[in-house]
Ligand binder design. Sequence first.
Ligand code: ADP
Length: 486
Amino acid sequence: FNAALNDSTLFKFQGFINGEWVAADSGEEFDVINPANGECIAKVANLGASETQKAIVAAHEALEVWANITAKEKSIYLRKWYDLVIEHQNDLAHIMSLEQGKILSEALGEVIYGASYIEWFAEEAKRIYGDLLPSTTLNRRSLVMKQPIGVVAAITPWNFPTAMITRKVAPALAAGCAIVLKPAAETPLSALALAELAQRAGIPKGLFSVIPGTDAVAIGEQLTSHKLVKKVTFTGSTRVGKLLMAQSAQTVKRTSMELGGNAPVLVFSDADIDKAVEGTFAAKFRNAGQTCICANRLLVHASVYDEFVTKLTEKVSHFVLGNGMEASSTMGPLITNDAVENVSDLVADAVGKGATVNIGGAAREGEGYFYQPTVICGLDQTMRLSKEEVFGPVAPVFKFESDDEAIAMANDTEFGLAAYIFTNDQSRCWRVSERLEYGMVGVNETAISSEMIPFGGIKESGQGREGSKYGLDDYLETKYICLGNI
Ligand code: ADP
């Protein structure tokens, strides 16, 4: 497929360690599958523990090189990387759509969104400030400086194969760290293309290595146990996040975790229903429902429930499922057949307990891993859909009668990433936003993310923030220096 790229050398299928493209020590390769048709699009080097160790050691050595480069120069390197990503946006989108399945326009949107983190942290690299504190005695001065935490290990998921990487790699490099990345085995090609562009930008060798591989346990164990790694940053499931935190505890590594979500959308009786439907639609079905801030539970006031459901169902009926590379497609496949089965099980559970399917409600027959966009009603708290993250194009609509009930339902989950509310009542905006136990709340808006905001969750959705002026903190240590007897 690389013939279709403007720059076919962006198609990389080896690991990237210390500035070199490498085969696996074992010589093994693994298949990258196009989820739209099940075809193998590439065979990629299957790296493991030994290569991970080499990348960590190289990263540690590269720290010294990076420490001798000024903040301004680091910023210039990052900016160059950003420019290259933008220049090659169409190729990167093409690669992403093939390996991940999302439609090309969404893939392009992600490349630009992902690049914005590089641009942002190129700017922030020059704004890492310290402090001069008041002292307890006249003959001393108390200083605070920020220093890079050191070697960072990053593990990323398949749902945003570019943005989840730039969000970690750009702040790490801006802070003066070096980073070893293990991308999801489903989507290594986007990560490797980013590494190629980072190298072209002149970012010194060893600072950013990529370990593609299917043995996540072996690679993860190295990344979380190696003494030279000082921080682990992860985006993925809560189950794996907890495991990585436990493993990292043995050497007291810092961790940043961006884990599962179970985002509620609260639609109050005074809401603009058309806006609520539009916002919910976008938040629910983006990336075929496979984002951690996807609307997962739609909680709608009884007085507007029927209108909301009718309008949402009408909008959903226009989706065209298909290969993301085809212009006519408005929704791509899910990532794997297992993903389709998980969604099918959740819908079957609800239907078995009395829910009704308004539209969709089944996998699509034929090639590829497609599930029909679905609206399902008549749900209650006994159904798995009320508790579990769907990660597919299924919109479960619940009914509520009072604000207190809606807030209680919204908070009745171990997750706390994003929540959305639709209301035109100013005081309700404040009251409800403050009571929602979530790291991010969208009021009359569901497209809430950008490089300029702190993205992250509370409760079992994680810790740490990505993007914004807060996003560098996760990669910096605070050092206090006492100048005495002066
Ligand atoms: P998802 O549902 O998005 O696949 P996962 O948490 O399983 O969520 O995967 C996210 C990332 O974590 C992927 O890169 C995957 O390979 C990696 N991963 C999965 N299991 C482990 C593990 N035991 N140790 C380290 N990384 C893991």
